[in-house]
Design a protein around this ligand. Sequence first.
Ligand code: SAM
Ligand code: SF4
Length: 352
Amino acid sequence: MIDPFGRNLDYLRVSITDRCNLRCVYCMPPSGVEWKPHGSMLSFEEILRLCGIMAGLGIRKIKVTGGEPLVRKGAAFFIRSLKALQGIEQVTLTTNGLLLDSFLGEAKDAIPDAFNISLDTLDAERFARITRSTSENSGGSAESLLKKILRVMDDLLKKNIPLKINCVPVRSFNEEDIVPIAALARDKNIAVRFIELMPMGIASALRPVSNNEVAAMLEKQFGPLTPFSGVLGNGPARYYTIKGFLGKLGFISPLSHKFCESCTRLRLSSEGMLKPCLSSDIGMDLRLLLRSNASDEELRAAIMELVSKKPWAHTFLQSMPLAPDSGAANTIDATGAVAPADPKGGMYRIGG
Ligand code: SAM
Ligand code: SF4
């Protein structure tokens, strides 16, 4: 699938649920996901049919995401079926890690090829504040949840399963965690990635920390960052090494270093909306087609129509003020953010 700008779209992010057992301040409204009628989500069979068709069109890598993908019953069955699709070379999973233990037990022969675990802090109080977790809604104290995540990370490493940590620095929420989270890559063979906060839905009311600032903090603490020239994963992260580190440090900087020219992704929401870009209003309602008995040929044509509309670049910066003193385009800083278009929305709807 070649888009109008010559990009070969081979990577699909599939969200299998909007629901989550956490309520991260930059992703999910405090009240969680709004009520939706039964059947609004695609069934696994429907998603598998679409993934099979897209594999035929050139998708090679699939990331399973959410909401929290592991809250959906049958995630292990689904991943096993995805891995069996002809043409699919890699299936990976992004998770907050809380249900990973039981998933790994269940998945056995269907372990994803790599995992991303989201972790914004190692401090129990800040974990509770960022994830809005309570013993009632998340099944344990913040301290026990953190321990659980760190334990399952070690389990994955013992099994030699590739692991990346995603950390989203948010002004006045977790700046003090940037150095300790990065230190995980000093002590373990993992990639720790810092993702710039994207002004989607509820996150528009928060203030980002630019990755330029994160990098400066890390260099001050650990010494110079040296660009890593090897390939790590399929994403837009730029990776670095630091002397004495077992793992790598990565920066995903959609705002300060736009990477749209190399974006080869499509996104499928849990309700069957195929989207060409995180920031785009454009989408193709594949659920409607699936449920009106569209043939594979009709679905293929709809997918290709969407591909033909993939925009050249995201538009986040149009709604994000630039740093007043930066002098450079495409930089952000502690400048605050704009009023959200949909203050109830967030990344949980499209899967990050
Ligand atoms: N629940 C899973 C998790 O947390 O990893 C998967 C879904 S989550 C939406 C996927 C990724 O998006 C996470 O790494 C999360 O930190 C990131 N994310 C959510 N909202 C974001 C935002 N506004 N800006 C940048 N990253 C965001
Ligand atoms: Fe849930 Fe992931 Fe969103 Fe946090 S980032 S609320 S864990 S979907």
